[in-house]
Design a protein around this ligand. Sequence first.
Ligand SMILES: [Ca+2]
Length: 304
Amino acid sequence: MYIHTAAGGRSVYKLIFKETESIILTMKWNNSILTISLLLLILPFTFWSCLDNNAIEEHNWQLVWSDEFEGTAGQLPNPANWTYDLGIGPGNDGWGNAELQFYTDRRENASLDGQGNLAITARSESYSGRSFTSARIKTQGLFDQAYGRFEARIKMPTGPGLWPAFWMLGSNIDVVDWPQCGEIDIVEYRGNKPTVVDGSLHGPGYSKEKSITKNYGFENARFDTDFHVFAVEWTEGYINYFVDDVVYQRITPDDVSGEWVFDHPFHLLMNLAVGGNFVGFPTSQTLFPQAMLVDYVRVYKEVN
Ligand SMILES: [Ca+2]
């Protein structure tokens, strides 16, 4: 069970702690011959507490980089801001995750929709030996930054086997390799679970299934029917994860089992994977094409 705690009229950040606990509820009932049946029900209970504004640090954020994706339909992502990862990964293994898509730099897979959004579109089509195409764009070599607020407003696709993400990699990845470079996953999402997203951190000794991760979910809303803002606020001492105006996870150096590798510049990535270890594979219920719509990406730096 996931609880969405809406903010009040002003911007109130709330840190939500969730622990799931199960109890066994034993129910008895009588009929005319006093038969007693026992029903075992496992009920998840979610407990949370909220910290008030005083517990979450205030920042004086100044916008330093953004792409609002304004332009005509079919226009490619601005090459001053974005470059591409192409193909099926350097190990020819679906980017280390058994993903099915071939990433291209065609407008069919990443272009403006003419309504202020970038559409990263996954298609079912035969292409270079694969059955799906999509796009993975990044700011590597064009923009990076250490610390700040990094946010995007995104409407997710829907359907089994779809795995969009907005994330960051340490820009020293060409020198020290992954996961020593560090990876901050601002949001990941599974198309078969349209009410839930994940925020994760990968580093040396805590990558892949050992990553530091937490999910956040809606009770009465979905990520594939409306736009939502996904963000991290990253400083020397912590990374806070946001969905809209709710802080649902805070990770500090004390929370990781290995070296804290988040004190150098990171660049941004956005992609829509099809299939893979994280999400499972498309089914007959997955209707193509499917797009991840991005209204904007904005990066802020703290000013004193
Ligand atoms: Ca926009």
